[in-house]
Design a protein around this ligand. Structure first.
Ligand SMILES: Cc1ncc(COP(=O)(O)O)c(C=O)c1O
Length: 425
């Protein structure tokens, strides 16, 4: 399994798209997805886990309907962080038992809907547990129910996406609430699942495994105290890191699963159904983005390439560039890779009206001129799903391709002026 798409492949895809008229003059930026590669990653993931596992691929990473349909056809499920994401999954054709509802602020109405629909619910708090207990007196439900436990194993290198520190707004902290959690399982025999998520990207594999270990031990304690194996759903969450910079060798999913199997063997027995919630690992490496370079400024000794995507598509990158070290390449106006040995530092500035709208600073690139195309690698997840309407810019055209570009699909058309007006109505 390769970890990043090569620039050679990206270049030839771009040239084919250009030749086929898929990049029109108004397409100042376009997002691309290698859909075969996405499929390959999903199939690989599925092959590593027991066949009974439910892989709820995080909708928040990439909610494009075309892509969700592909994932659904591949037999994986959907992890939904809001009722909106649940609705998207249901509308795309996911069956309820393949949807995992994880929102941290579920209203009574949302819980009622989830219970009557039969989707799996991961409760975020003990208060939410009592709401479900009240609702379950009124409704019979096919939903399975788990509770999110904060294993409190620490934070990773990216604080904003770390959720298993001593304090977290998510889940029930195990150190201070262990007894209440045990009581919850004693009180409610329908509570049959545990859920954890340690963080996204900045948490190393060992930290993710430690989180699983803490919850695994807790499950064993519940079972030995009660004398019966009530918990049979173990949701390990997502968070598996990928390589953005192309130098860091990414952690191996195969090693993750085999270590899990060695350390926590009963999780792989028939008793447990494993749930996973990968988003970044599934999506990011299959996508890339091109923006035309509209202007290049050379002022006070700084080169600035003015491009058409910034914090509207790359919110996290603009706010915290060190944590998201994308690789950038430059193609000339015909789509040929610029490979000049003479490199210069460039700031990559987006189109939005605030000074923080800079995707990266001092990126070493061959000479960039007006009309070139900047390629931003590894943009398949947590990019378009985080689109910002600030400054009312049109959303880019989104293209998917199969079979080494034998087939392109428009996954989403470029936004129109009317779309912008409609949004603000
Ligand atoms: C509860 C939960 N599950 C899964 C994910 C997906 O994480 P990742 O995309 O890093 O795999 C997240 C991300 O924030 C999350 O909060």
């Amino acid at each position: 399994m390769i970890s990043n798409l090569s620039i050679t492949k990206i270049q030839s895809t771009f040239q084919t798209a250009l030749k086929n008229g898929l990049i029109r003059n108004e397409d100042s930026s376009v997002i691309f997805y290698d859909l075969d590669y996405l499929e390959e990653r999903i199939r690989y993931l599925v092959s590593l886990f027991p066949t009974s596992a439910l892989h709820g691929i995080a909708v928040k990473a990439n909610p494009l309907i075309f892509i969700l349909k592909i994932l659904n056809q591949l037999g994986v499920g959907a992890e939904a962080a809001s009722l909106g994401e649940v609705m998207i999954a249901l509308n795309t054709g996911y069956s309820p038992e393949k949807i995992v509802f994880d929102s941290p602020v579920k209203t009574m109405e949302e819980l009622e809907f989830a219970l009557t629909t039969g989707i799996h619910i991961n409760l975020d708090s003990l208060a939410e547990l009592e709401r479900v207990a009240a609702l379950k007196k009124k409704h019979s439900s096919a939903s399975t129910i788990g509770i999110r436990i904060n294993p409190q194993v620490g934070t990773g290198t990216i604080l904003e996406s770390s959720v298993a520190g001593e304090y977290s707004k998510f889940g029930v902290p195990i150190k201070t609430r262990r007894n209440e959690l045990i009581e919850a399982f004693t009180k409610y025999d329908w509570l049959t699942g545990v859920h954890l998520h340690v963080g996204s990207q900045g948490c190393p594999m060992e930290m993710l495994l430690q989180g699983i270990g803490v919850v695994y031990e807790f499950v064993q304690e519940v079972h030995s105290k009660s004398g019966h194996p009530q918990i049979n759903i173990f949701d390990i969450g997502g968070g598996f890191p990928i390589s953005y910079d192309h130098h860091t060798v990414p952690a191996s999913m195969e090693e993750y699963v085999s270590t899990m199997k060695n350390r926590f063997p009963t999780l792989f027995s028939d008793h447990f159904t494993l749930f996973t919630e990968f988003g970044r690992w599934a999506h990011v490496n299959s996508g890339w983005t091109m923006s035309r370079v509209e202007y290049v400024k050379h002022d006070i000794g700084i080169n600035t390439a003015m491009i058409h995507v910034g914090a509207d598509l790359f919110l996290r990158e603009c706010l915290n560039p060190e944590s998201w070290p994308h690789v950038y390449s430059v193609l000339d106006k015909d789509g040929n890779l610029k490979t000049g040995k003479d490199k210069n530092p460039y700031n990559l500035a987006g189109p939005l009206c605030f000074s923080g709208d800079i995707l990266a600073k001092n990126v070493e690139l061959p000479v960039v001129v007006e009309g070139d195309y900047l390629i931003i690698h590894d943009t398949g997840g947590y990019t378009f799903s985080m689109w910002s309407h600030y400054n009312s810019r049109q959303t880019p055209r989104i293209l998917g391709y199969f079979k080494d570009c034998a087939r392109f699909e428009i996954l989403k058309e470029r936004g129109t002026d009317q779309d912008l007006v409609d949004f603000w109505k």
